[in-house]
Design a binder for this molecule. Sequence first.
Ligand code: ADP
Length: 631
Amino acid sequence: MAEAQAKNYKFKAEVSQLLDILTHSLYTHRDVFIRELVSNAADALDKVRLKDVMGEKVADPDQDLEIRITLDKDNKLVTIADTGIGMTRDELIGNIGTIARSGTSEFLKHLSETDQKDINLIGRFGVGFYSVFMAAEKVEVTSKSADRKEPAHVWISDGKGSFKIEPVKEKIQRGTTIKIFLRDDAMEFAEEFRVKSTIEKYSNFVPFPIYVGKEQVNKISAIWREPKSQIKPKQYNEFFKFIAHSGDDALTWMHFSADVPLQFHSLLFVPKTNFEMMGFGKDDEGIHLFVKRVLIDSHSKEILPPYLRFVRGVLESDDLPLNISRETLQENPYMLKIKNTVTSKFLEHLKTFAEKKQEEYQSFWDVHGRILKEGYSDYTHKDQVAALFRFDSSRCGDKESVSLDTYVGRMQEKQDAIYFLSGPSREVLDKNPALEIFKAKGIEVLYCYDPIDEFVLPGLFMYKEKKIMSADQVEMDALKDIPAAETPDKKEPDVEVDKKDADKLARRIKDILGDKVETVRLSERLVDSPAVLVGKEHAMSSQMEKIMHMMNKDAKLTPKIMEINRNHPIIMNMLKIYQNDPRDPLLERAVQSLFHSVLLLDGALDDIQDMASGIQNLLSETTDLYLKKKE
Ligand code: ADP
């Protein structure tokens, strides 16, 4: 409840710390405080307009919705007044007082990490109001809430650790008036041209008139409602900077209007940086939703699916009901149709962007690809989303990447699936024995380094009627009709090892390894390596298992199939030992070590102790043998 007495409060420690930085540093972008206060005023006006159209009773309903700035050089005073929703006493304390907003510490962290140059971003952390202390030695915020029962209060602070709240005695109208008592070094902000040019720079698109003295300074235009042909790239970029609090131009944008059967205007931008990856909270996400010129939600998440959450922009429809709430929006069938259409159009836009501006598209992919990939699970737009994906592959050169369409376009004649393999890097994947057969047959394999690809690619399941499969799970039958690309310049083995004999050896190896492998069989896929571990088709991909194993050591890896290359010297030697004596202990030790080495290549070796002692045993045996031979 309102208290009739003046009362002092302390700022939370991190707010004080932020204020301290703001008051003591000399920033080049000090003018952002005007942008922040004007933007708060505009939000407050939006809120009161929304209440009004929803039929709620507000105090002083006949006031014009506007922002007035007055400059008084003699008294070193700038005043910014709005007729918006205002704040109650509790709101003054909560919004610009004692309740620490999560953005405060995040912004402090950001400042320390960026050498304090990025003051420009303060608004995005939800603590824009405090920027006023870059220019003020004292601030007075007088506010009368739209709630008719609530009396007006004034909040006063010099930004040095505390603030005071007092009741306002005289009767005032709804809205907020901020008196900024300028520091001597900030007197430029009492100059009309300085303030006007700041508003033209940052606040041109504020949808309420902004007066400096008697003159309206901003142009108020809803550019998304205007015909495309009349808007220049510069205007688009200015608008983007305004709504996304961005210092950079946009990477690309789509301006699209529809009339029948759905009526809406949309203007959507892709930023050059990924705000989420930079650590901004989710609060910043979403699209401005307008209905009949009224801002219903400035962060609507109902317009685009979550995997396009890096997009910023505006959507306006005159066919939605004005009294629609965020909750009912979700279920509104008309809204769902708009969402579907605008998502499709936007994905189409990205596809054209990729075709026309390859280099810029690559930077788009590098920055936003990770989030876009989540779209694999959007059943309706799956193919459209998948067409935007890019991968490294066994055929790509440095800095090249491949789309699924390009991959399909250059598939071998009898190839009927898209193959991928996951691993930490190109170097590791290039050496994976499971790929030898693919190399021999000239089949391209997509290289996936991002753990999320483990869900994305199998999740897509098919693309352009081609199955998507992990290269280490494919049955050799699927590849048998594809001819070898070129005769490998390999020497034929001196002796062809009999298949039946080799099969016996395989059985003995399985005996020795026991449960560690599902089975041991002769390989068709190996060219240079003695052995490899492969998975069963349809099993969970091995990379995914490893991720789960990493998270939970108790999650056992399912035993894999070990394939041996009967033309490899090691296997041939093993066979000879086996034929002399199937129980030879050296054979057992050699098999264990071979198994450890393939586990290591597979990235799944847990028992380092075991492996090390195995190697050491073999070494002592071979060095002994070597010495005996010399004697
Ligand atoms: P943000 O605007 O990002 O939330 P700010 O620090 O700029 O962060 O403002 C904090 C809060 O104070 C706002 O969210 C709003 O609730 C309140 N506020 C600030 N200025 C005004 C104003 N002119 N009218 C009404 N409320 C305001």
